[in-house]
Ligand binder design. Structure first.
Ligand SMILES: C[S@@+](CC[C@H](N)C(=O)[O-])C[C@H]1O[C@@H](n2cnc3c(N)ncnc32)[C@H](O)[C@@H]1O
Length: 297
């Protein structure tokens, strides 16, 4: 049975204790909460979308670390509290967590995500909503892209709004393969999905199979030729570096759809793509923007 170790730590210790728990003491997961949450002393930590919060922790934080069994949790507590650098750290609880509950708690955080009233991303432990005509079955996993991030949602909305029988689609930086699968479900005849991370390529293949769609997933050199639709949800810096490559993949009459860009980065992106294509902001959500361009036929 899994055990949860609950510790109270002053701000200065939060990062070092979390690192020690996950790197040296075999914690399966570590979460940090404001120990004063729900009281007048509660503090909010704000960060730019997708960026770490400006401060690593609250004045007093509660750290919750999950362990495989009681012995591992006890060992971690004993070792941590015996260190001379952990003065101020205190043990709040060491208690069993029923595995069933842990799975249920994790699953309950991921419900179906509505992209349009008829297009939904649905975890395997949920039934699709009755109105869903197109559904991607996807569980939170190692690779990014479960439909819960604004950048992914904006790309999915664009695909749904522009659905057509694309002869070829390229998903560059495919992560879980969610955009590639969406393109296949919205009419693409052939889809190439590439990523620099081999784990993402594996995840894309598994998710495509689970959704009954055929994709050609691989490392970036699997992409080639011209595509009527090129999708890339990465981040502003790699998107700027990739400008000649990505623009070069867009077929005459084709579209380029870029995400992973913050509102204030719009001009940098426009400038980087200006020699090839004219980018415009075509959607925005939570500080993120979607930028698109078309190539003349
Ligand atoms: C933000 S995730 C997007 C995943 C998914 N396409 C989505 O929309 O949710 C970005 C992905 O791009 C990949 N990536 C980052 N830099 C890359 C590069 N230079 N070439 C190819 N893939 C890259 C990462 O490994 C990651 O899987």
């Amino acid at each position: 049975m899994m055990y949860e170790l609950v510790l109270r730590a002053p701000e200065a210790l939060v990062e070092a204790v979390s690192d020690a728990l996950s790197d040296d003491l075999d914690a399966l997961s570590v979460s940090v909460e404001d120990a004063d949450a729900g009281t007048e002393a509660e503090q909010a930590l704000f960060g730019e979308p997708g960026m770490p919060a400006p401060r690593p922790g609250w004045d007093r934080s509660t750290l919750r670390a999950l362990f495989e069994d009681e012995a591992a949790a006890e060992r971690a507590a004993t070792l941590l509290l015996a260190q001379d650098w952990t003065e101020g750290l205190s043990l709040q609880a060491l208690e069993p967590v029923a595995e069933q509950d842990w799975v249920r708690i994790t699953q309950s955080q991921f419900g179906p995500v509505e992209i349009t009233p008829s297009f939904w991303i649905v975890p395997s432990w949920h039934e699709p909503p009755a109105a869903a005509e197109r559904v991607i079955r996807l569980d939170p996993g190692l690779a990014f892209g479960t439909g819960t991030h604004p950048t992914t949602r904006m790309c999915l909305r664009w695909i749904a709004a522009h659905a057509r029988s694309w002869s070829r689609v390229l998903d560059y930086g495919c992560g879980s393969g969610i955009l590639a699968i969406a393109a296949a479900l919205h009419g693409a005849a052939a889809v190439d999905a590439v990523d620099i991370d081999p784990a993402a390529v594996d995840s894309t293949r598994a998710n495509a199979t689970a959704n009954g769609v055929m994709l050609n997933a691989g490392l970036p050199d699997a992409a080639g030729g011209a595509y009527p639709l090129v999708l890339a949800n990465i981040l502003a810096t790699p998107l700027k570096l990739l400008a000649p490559l990505l623009a070069g993949f867009v077929a005459p009459g084709g579209s380029l759809v870029l995400a992973g860009i913050l509102e204030r980065q719009a001009d940098e992106l426009k400038a980087a793509y200006a020699p090839f294509l004219t980018l415009e902001v075509s959607d925005r959500e939570d500080g993120w923007i979607l930028m698109t361009a078309s190539r003349m036929a």
